[in-house]
Design a protein around this ligand. Structure first.
Ligand SMILES: CCCCCCCCCCCCCCCC(=O)SCCNC(=O)CCNC(=O)[C@H](O)C(C)(C)COP(=O)(O)OP(=O)(O)OC[C@H]1O[C@@H](n2cnc3c(N)ncnc32)[C@H](O)[C@@H]1OP(=O)(O)O
Ligand SMILES: Cc1cc2nc3c(=O)[nH]c(=O)nc-3n(C[C@H](O)[C@H](O)[C@H](O)COP(=O)(O)OP(=O)(O)OC[C@H]3O[C@@H](n4cnc5c(N)ncnc54)[C@H](O)[C@@H]3O)c2cc1C
Length: 662
């Protein structure tokens, strides 16, 4: 390995804590880190993983094709049973497709989980092994050209015919064509298709059906089905998001996944699930995973790149006539990057929390206890929206902080951004998810107004909140949490009271709701902000024995919280809760905290522990040897393969010389 750039080495030498120990905390324990590193090291040593063509120098069809090559490599490895632990599979995939979507991504994240969680025991026994062994490759096909959000309006029909015990799948309109499912266009031969189930003229709403799309022999499309790729996108170009149209395609009754509802041979419909939204369960799972796996990790990579580069890049003057400083020594550069880095840590701890909570509550749900489903739905929706919006803005901030070189694909940042930002839309558009959280907040507000106790994430709504902020210069976690609680409770209450007032003035509830939805979206955001602050504080409380790490995490916590207060100052001050003096103090503390964190900035991003291959960035290389590798990158550009490009002979030469050598 090349020598490390001394400007980065000096940062590492000056760190006040052991990065390894912080990595253990982020991974969930030393054993988890060791295992992740083993899996990554094995993948990195494999030329099938690292040795393919250069991602950025391929056309889109080449990018897709190379991603399929990798998919086959992955599936061969998986078939040996080496990824029986889902976490191992996950680390391997992240190394194989760094910031790319695998053509079989939906197979692993939604198709298989839907088969496992929505099938009857017999169906699970039949389908899950086929999917696990990649004998069939599937996707999750729900969204249509006309509707993604409003699932009640999905137009694809599955009409039951008792005589033959079959469902007939049909796409009755242009807008009913399935549109967007990942891996649908060219890769998958099966899909879970969400369709409105009709029995004897009655529409029972969206249900999951397993449907074969292509021959298992030669991949030709099944009669009555039309399927294809939807074309190039803002990102996600290694995956064939697709369209799918049915023309009266018959499938057996048994292809309705029957864990939550059964259709008997004579067409009798029997609901089994206690909650009518049981068919939405895979979406909850993915939303809960997006927080850490998509939003936070994307941001962590962008921070790694921008912070390292900011310690390698020297520009301008700090001391008149003095040497050019590292750009991270400018306060404005710290202001661009360090609050973003703090938010990344904040999201990380919320991500760990919601992942664990998902598995705990889902276990309860599988045992038949659905009491906590509304809480899980609300928190996973809200956190997915809050963290993906925050990461989207944070990654762009990181790109801006890298100046001109940030705009080059060599920075790795455009790829990280376009892949991550899709997470603001898929799996529930963010405003729509905030409004789901808002429904929960409205209900909880009404409970609190009645004097009932609210619990879990909304416990603060029925508590007596402080009227005056007691935040002082020590910035204790308790006083910070109290301030965020006050803000969220006030915004929820204000929105709730407005709904009530509009209704009292004669507006129907739906109109009162729509007229309050901007306020409610802000209330939902404030609630999520509070929750993320709370989970960060909980993490600090649980790890008090690691003094050096605790110190630096406490600084990050304080920076995250203070920066949030300065950004939303009106929310904290307009009702007189926080005084102008307190706000001024918080603003100054942001600057002081940045200075405190600055010496550990590189160590804090090193702790995310991303191998260079995953970062895919010339600017963020671990060794900091940026300039020589930027030069190499440019020389590798396909446009430089010949001294004179073909376009000269085609277009320029005839214009300049009046003749053509072609
Ligand atoms: C190791 C592993 C790593 C993994 C690593 C992951 C990587 C990850 C890569 C991903 C790769 C790309 C993957 C993209 C894949 C797609 O994008 S798949 C398509 C996703 N589509 C969506 O998310 C659609 C969004 N829309 C919806 O979810 C619903 O229609 C809405 C917006 C929630 C509204 O639903 P609705 O039926 O109109 O319901 P609504 O009348 O609003 O509410 C009725 C009641 O149901 C409740 N409700 C609504 N939804 C739910 C629910 N899901 N559950 C429970 N209750 C619910 C409401 O709270 C409400 O309750 P009440 O207030 O009445 O008590
Ligand atoms: C990269 C990517 C991958 C995807 N993968 C899959 C997949 O594998 N499988 C699959 O089935 N789908 C997939 N999707 C589809 C995705 O789930 C939907 O696009 C998403 O749920 C948003 O729905 P929509 O497109 O209908 O947006 P729309 O609902 O049309 O959103 C447009 C605007 O309308 C607003 N809006 C809509 N309804 C409301 C409301 N009730 N209140 C207030 N505002 C509202 C939204 O906030 C938004 O601003 C994917 C999408 C993308 C971009």
């Amino acid at each position: 390995m090349a020598a490390v750039n001394p400007d980065l080495q000096s940062e590492r030498d000056g760190a006040t804590f052991d990065t390894n120990k912080l990595t253990f905390l982020l991974d969930g324990g030393e054993g988890m880190t060791e295992r992740r590193r083993e899996v990554e090291a094995e993948a990195l040593a494999d030329p099938e993983v690292t040795g393919g063509p250069h991602y950025h120098f391929m056309s889109r069809p080449e990018q897709y094709s190379d991603a399929v090559r990798k998919a086959v490599h992955y599936m061969k490895q998986a078939k040996t049973g080496k990824f029986d632990n889902p976490a191992d599979a996950h680390w391997y995939r992240n190394t194989l497709w760094p910031n790319e979507m695998a053509p079989i991504g939906l197979h692993t994240t939604m198709f298989l989980p839907t088969l496992e969680n929505n099938s009857s025991p017999e169906q699970k026994e039949k389908w899950a092994p086929l999917a696990k062994d990649f004998k069939i490759i599937g996707t999750y096909s729900q969204t249509e050209m006309g509707h993604g959000t409003n699932l009640k309006a999905l137009e694809t029909t599955a009409t039951y015919e008792p005589e033959l015990e079959q469902f007939i799948l049909h796409s009755p309109t242009l807008s009913s064509i399935k549109w967007w499912p990942g891996g649908l266009g060219k890769t998958s031969n099966f899909a879970v298709v969400m369709a409105s189930m009709i029995i004897k003229g009655k529409n029972y709403g969206m249900h999951p059906f397993i449907v074969q799309l292509r021959s298992l022999e030669d991949h030709t499309v099944i009669t009555g089905i039309e399927v294809g790729d939807i074309g190039p996108k803002f990102g996600f170009n290694t995956i064939d998001n697709g369209y799918l149209k049915f023309d009266h395609v018959r499938i057996p009754r048994e292809n309705l996944l029957m864990k939550n509802a059964v259709v008997e041979p004579d067409g009798t419909y029997v609901r089994i699930a206690k909650n009518e939204k049981a068919a939405y369960s895979t979406m909850i799972f993915v939303r809960a995973m997006i927080v850490l796996e998509v939003a936070t990790r994307g941001l962590a990579q962008a921070c790694t790149i921008a912070v390292r580069y900011s310690c390698v890049r020297r520009q301008s003057e700090l001391v008149p006539g003095g040497p050019e400083p590292k750009v991270l020594d400018f306060q404005t550069q710290q202001y661009k990057l360090l609050p973003v880095l703090a938010s990344c840590y904040a999201y990380w701890f919320s991500g760990l929390f919601i992942r664990m909570t998902y598995f705990q509550i889902n276990y309860e749900i599988q045992q038949g206890n659905i009491d906590l489903l509304p809480e899980l739905h609300a928190v996973s929706s809200g956190l997915k929206a809050f963290t993906s919006y925050g990461s989207m803005a944070g990654i762009e901030q990181c790109r801006l902080a890298c100046g001109g070189h940030g705009f080059s694909q060599a920075s790795g940042l455009p790829k990280i951004y376009t892949t991550m930002t899709a997470g603001c839309t898929y799996e529930g558009e963010n405003s729509v998810l905030y409004l789901q959280m808002a429904r929960y907040l409205m209900k909880s507000f009404l409970q609190a107004e009645k004097g009932e106790t609210t619990t879990n994430s909304v416990a603060y709504l029925s508590k007596k909140n402080l009227d005056k902020c007691v935040l002082g210069a020590t910035l204790s976690p308790d006083t910070i949490i109290a301030a965020y609680e006050h803000r969220a409770a006030r915004l929820v209450r204000k929105a709730g009271l407005r709904v009530n007032a509009l209704e009292a003035a004669g507006k129907p509830y739906h109109e009162a709701w729509n007229l309050t939805s901007v306020q409610f979206t802000k209330a939902a955001e404030a609630h999520c902000h509070y929750f993320v602050v709370l989970k960060f504080a909980d993490t600090l409380e649980e790890m008090e024995d690691e003094a050096e790490i605790h110190n630096v995490l406490l600084q990050l916590f304080q920076l995250y919280a203070c920066y949030g207060i300065t950004n939303y100052a009106a929310d904290f001050t307009e009702d007189g809760f926080m005084s102008q003096e307190q706000l001024d103090m918080v603003r100054l503390r942001v600057l002081d905290l940045m200075a405190d964190i600055r010496p550990n900035a590189v160590a804090l991003v090193d702790s995310f522990d991303y191998p260079d291959h995953i970062l895919g960035s010339v600017l963020g290389r671990y060794d900091g040897n940026v300039y020589e590798n930027l030069y190499k990158w440019a020389k590798d550009s396909p446009l430089n393969k010949t001294e004179v490009h073909d376009s000269y002979y085609k277009y320029l030469q005839p214009m300049i010389t009046g003749k053509s050598n072609l």
